[in-house]
Design a protein around this ligand. Structure first.
Ligand code: PLP
Length: 389
């Protein structure tokens, strides 16, 4: 059988992740300090793990409602109200998902007819463009820039817009740039979304990890609650990546549409993870704040050291990634990343893994212990100085 011939055209055409080969090399090497990973180095706080263990002991091993346990949905609504100032009904305006990953997929599949377009900013999380393609949509990238702190601009969105655009997908604070958006800019983006009648998928997975400026969700701005799907989860702020648990909040009709896709694909999120998430929301905020403090110290260290080494790096307002420019070295982002790995055994991700607008940059995660980061910075410094000789 010619297997290739049986694979759907849009899947055949989907490019493999640009960094897969690179990280296969990293995995085979010894003593590498990896700044490539997009997940907290902290273990999940113990009381959250225990909640999952107790749930297992109590025999909680069954399916839940498709929307998720009502206790969890209540917890999510009160958390979102407290932190973001948006009120949702636990009964029909929240759906618990298998991570934000599933929530993005559900939203795109529920909203897009074939050929409809999604505006998204670039550089961005690796799954955005493929996610749109898999939902038979057309992805339109809107570049963001280092000199602007990688904030998203309504003017750039206006320029990229064309008839057939139905959705704006955004992620603030942003992976990989750490870019955030102040309220004034966000208001302009909200006005643009209303004017063009867009549904906004707002991925706020890093929103607890902001450092100077308070986070504002676009969903609280005038006219936005009715057109925003607020996507959030437990992976980053509560260090729960392996639990695979997230959620989406939005108008009941949109949540209902997502629920239809979810019930025929995933059915429900794992019950043990849902139990752990209830605990995270009830008692996890102190641990979350302690982790944020550590990230901030690490951010200040790496940004200072990158700039001192001659790699121009803006101060990321949120998330746990630095996104320095390597243009001054005369190398491309790929040459820099491979060269650094080879010479000094430090792994960073070439910026183009996050879209063409990442050319000339690399992503360095600071979700790594402080001492390791100091060592990584020493090695990077040595590598960059070596290039100058
Ligand atoms: N959205 C962004 C911007 C991310 O960076 C990630 C993970 O790195 C995800 C979504 C996926 O998160 P989850 O673990 O909740 O599926």
């Amino acid at each position: 059988m010619d297997s290739q011939r049986h694979i759907a055209r849009h899947v055949v055409d989907l490019p493999k992740s640009g960094i897969r080969d690179f990280f296969e090399i990293v995995a085979k090497m010894k003593d590498v300090i990896s700044l490539g990973i997009g997940e907290p180095d902290f273990g999940t706080p113990w009381h959250i793990r225990e909640a999952a263990i107790y749930a297992l002991e109590k025999g909680k091993t069954h399916y839940t409602s498709n929307l998720g346990l009502i206790e969890l949905r209540r917890g999510i609504c009160s958390y979102v109200e407290r932190h973001y100032g948006i009120g949702y009904r636990p009964e029909d305006e929240v759906i618990v998902t298998v991570g934000v990953s599933e929530a993005i997929d559900l939203a795109l599949r529920a909203l897009l007819n074939p050929g409809e377009a999604v505006l998204y900013h670039q550089p961005c999380y690796v799954s955005y463009h493929p996610g749109v393609t898999l939902a038979h949509g057309v992805a339109i990238a809107v570049p963001t820039r280092a000199e602007d702190g990688f904030a998203l601009n309504a003017e750039d969105l206006e320029r990229a817009w064309r008839p057939g655009c139905k959705v704006l997908m955004m992620n603030l604070p942003c992976n990989p740039t750490g870019g955030t958006c102040d309220r004034a800019r966000l208001e302009k983006i909200a006005r643009f979304a209303v004017e063009k009648d867009l549904v906004v998928l707002s991925d706020e997975i890093y929103s607890e990890l902001v450092y100077e400026q308070a986070h504002t969700s676009i969903a609280v701005l005038p006219g936005m609650r009715e057109r925003t799907i607020f996507l959030h989860g437990f992976s980053k702020a509560f260090a729960m990546t392996g639990f695979r648990i997230g959620y989406a909040c939005g108008p009941a009709e949109l949540v209902e549409a997502m629920m239809k896709v979810h019930q025929y694909s995933m059915l429900c999120a794992p019950i043990l993870s849902q139990e752990a998430a209830i605990e995270a929301l009830a008692r996890g905020e102190d641990s979350m704040k302690a982790m944020r403090e550590q990230y901030q110290k690490r951010r200040d260290l790496v940004v200072r050291r990158f700039n001192a080494a001659g790699l121009k790096c803006h101060l990321p307002g949120g998330a746990f990634y630095a996104f320095p420019s390597v243009a001054g070295t005369g190398l491309s982002e790929r040459e820099f990343a491979y060269g650094l790995l080879d010479a000094e055994k430090v792994a960073v991700v070439p910026g183009t893994a996050f879209g063409e607008s990442g050319a000339g940059f690399v992503r360095a995660s600071f979700a790594t212990g402080y001492e390791q980061l100091i060592e990584a910075c020493d090695r990077i410094d040595r590598y960059v100085q070596g290039l100058r000789r």
